[in-house]
Design a protein around this ligand. Structure first.
Ligand code: FAD
Length: 287
């Protein structure tokens, strides 16, 4: 289908973008890569009267190290994430996961900011950002504020973003050197959203798990942090009993939709398998 009519705006600064969004209120939407928003507009599931394109805003581009954090600005594309040496060296789980987002065509346009701000439970970056303990920098008519990724997602397509606010960057703490990581994503075919996916970041000491965080994608209407599952493996050598305990604890919080990717029981079952696989692969990588 063809999108409804809209007025196109191309501000050159965050301040101008925020002003436009505040002026037009609910009738306006920020446009980033357009690879979630434009399909929604074509289906008339989104009918904004005003599109505020963020592409001309230089301050929204780039990845840089700031002390013990990596700052990824909102208009960084998934392809730029993949090409970044900083990401490959310090946040390798993001490199691994970005390779599994959609396909190269989408990755060249789709942005990190759009992926995390969208609130689609199928997006891969939100659970990763929750696992890594990232913070989202937001700018709105009343100024700037930071919201933890873990507090950002409130329901499907419902986030902590207030009217007129845009997400300007994602700030990710660098995990300890030698950490293990893995993103396991089950999908029907290359380029598909997850049937079920699990992110793991852990540290090992003396052959036992010293710390662990687990995130889940597309297994509820928001990304999930599987805290009991992570706790179940701390202090263990990840033997079969610990892996089963973690998978079962993760399954207990999953509420996937039953849809074309499978019925609820199937997606919950394979969700647990993704958790166990990610734990094993992360441990094998940990120094
Ligand atoms: P847009 O589509 O421009 O925007 C998405 C939403 O976020 C809109 O509501 C917009 O107003 C809002 N928004 C955008 N930027 C900001 C900002 N800075 N501040 C506040 N609000 C903002 N994604 C995955 O994670 N995994 C997949 O496997 C996957 N597969 C895909 C397959 C196909 C065929 C397609 C078309 C898309 C797929 N996607 C997938 C989605 C893709 O990654 C999108 O690019 C991403 O979800 C949104 O990023 P965007 O930059 O395109 O944002």
């Amino acid at each position: 289908m063809i999108p409804g009519p809209f007025t196109y705006h191309r501000p050159g600064s965050v301040a101008d973008a925020v002003r436009l969004l505040a002026d037009f209120g609910d009738a306006a939407r920020p446009l980033a890569g357009g690879h979630s928003l434009v399909p929604m507009m074509k289906l008339r599931l989104a009918t904004p009267d005003h599109l505020v394109d963020l592409h001309a805003i230089g301050e929204l581009k780039g990845i840089e190290r700031q002390g013990d954090r990596i700052v990824i600005r909102a208009m960084t594309t998934q392809q730029e994430l993949l090409a970044s040496q900083e990401i490959a060296s310090f946040l390798p789980i993001l490199h691994e996961a970005a390779l599994q987002v959609a396909d190269p065509q989408v990755r060249y346009r789709g942005t990190v900011g759009g992926n995390v701000a969208n609130g689609d439970p199928g997006n891969d970056m939100p659970a990763l950002m929750m696992t890594l303990g990232a913070g989202y920098e937001l700018q709105g008519p009343d100024g700037a504020r930071t919201v933890a990724a873990r507090d950002f997602y409130q329901g499907a397509y419902f986030t902590a973003l207030e009217p007129g606010e845009i997400l300007t960057s994602v700030s990710v703490p660098v995990p300890p050197a030698g950490h293990g990581y893995a993103y396991e994503k089950l999908k029907r075919k290359v380029g598909d959203y997850a049937t079920a996916a699990a992110a793991v970041v852990l540290t090992m000491s003396g052959g036992k798990v010293a710390s662990c965080t687990i995130g889940l994608t597309n297994l509820s209407e928001t990304p999930l942090l599987a805290e009991d599952a992570a706790q179940a493996v701390v202090g263990t050598s990840l033997d079969d009993a610990a892996l089963k305990k973690a998978a079962d604890a993760a399954r207990a919080i999953m509420e996937p939709a039953g849809d074309g990717r499978g019925p609820v029981e199937y997606r919950t079952y394979v969700g647990g398998i993704m958790v166990a696989r990610a734990l094993k692969r992360a441990a094998a990588r940990a120094a």
